[in-house]
Design a protein around this ligand. Structure first.
Ligand code: GLU
Length: 284
């Protein structure tokens, strides 16, 4: 059975780009009597707010979408992420990094990746004794994945993207990503990969902006023995200026459109899905 999901972060109101993503996943499941799940990615307490969580559910329901089973909220499952971090630590694949964002941007040898400067590995070779002393002194640190070491364990990996076919995973292009921070129990990469497995997701439908992240997720799947879903990275909706929609395009927020008198059908059409929402199939 096809299981898809929509996994917004409650850091703001849903906009048309989110609606597009949600509708892609919902239609794919609905077309084959599969399951469409909802997950609230609220792992980062500094950025997430409960009122956005409530608003997301309201907006999706208004749009005509429904989802199967209970909603998974990441903040309810911290022990799952801790257990995964424990496994990675046990395999010697995590190391503490004391660098600030500024340090990384300023590093002369920082290579440039698809999403900006790639962490140059400054703390990777830090002697354990020094790392422990700095941690004990209370210096803030993040835990990073030693990607090269992980790749040595897994060997070459691939994943399937519906538009691009079989893709060779190249997690090294994002560098040693952060998997946990002082102020957030675990990072997006770890949580999303684990959650898709735990929720039994078979088809991950999400924007092409997360294509590079998938390479890291594939590596984590191999290390943590997780299921490997198929991916459908969809193109992003753009605004009139041809730029991808973001939370800054306030007028494109679903609730702003609703308040301006647009119907749900009109908003679905603006989000790339004209026509009626199909009824659930009962023939299979
Ligand atoms: N929570 C992520 C976001 O809002 C999406 C994660 C995903 O679809 O994999 O951008």
């Amino acid at each position: 059975m096809i299981v898809t999901r929509f996994a917004p972060s409650p850091t703001g109101h849903l906009h048309l780009g989110h609606a597009h993503s949600a509708l892609v996943g919902w239609h794919r499941a609905r077309a084959v009597s599969g399951r469409f799940l909802l997950r609230i990615e609220d792992i980062d307490p500094a950025r997430c707010r409960p009122e956005y969580d409530v608003a997301i559910l309201e907006d999706l329901a208004w749009l005509g979408l429904d989802w199967a089973g209970p909603i998974r909220r990441q903040s309810d499952h911290l022990s799952d992420y801790e257990a995964a971090l424990g496994r990675l630590r046990g395999l010697g694949l995590l190391y503490p990094c004391f660098c600030s964002r500024k340090d990384i941007a300023a590093a002369v040898n920082a290579p440039h990746g698809p999403e900006g400067p790639v962490y140059p590995g400054t703390c990777r070779g830090l002697p354990a004794q020094i790392a422990v002393t700095r941690q004990e002194r209370g210096e803030p640190y993040a835990l990073r994945l030693d990607v090269a070491k992980a790749q040595m364990m897994t060997g070459p990996l691939t994943f399937t993207d519906e538009r691009q076919g079989v893709v060779e995973a190249r997690p090294e292009t994002l560098g040693d990503v952060v998997l946990a921070r002082r102020d957030a129990a675990a990072s997006y990469h770890l949580c999303v990969t684990l959650d898709d497995h735990l929720q039994g997701v078979t088809l991950v439908t999400r924007g092409i902006d997360l294509f590079h992240a998938t390479h890291i997720h594939r590596l984590l799947q191999a290390i943590l023995d997780l299921n490997v879903p198929t991916y459908a990275h969809h193109l992003l909706l753009t605004n009139a200026a041809g730029e991808r929609l973001s939370k800054r395009d306030g007028a494109m927020a679903l609730r702003a459109l609703r308040q301006a008198g647009r119907s749900a059908a009109e908003v679905r059409a603006l989000a790339g899905f004209p026509g009626q929402v199909p009824e659930a199939r009962t023939d299979t």
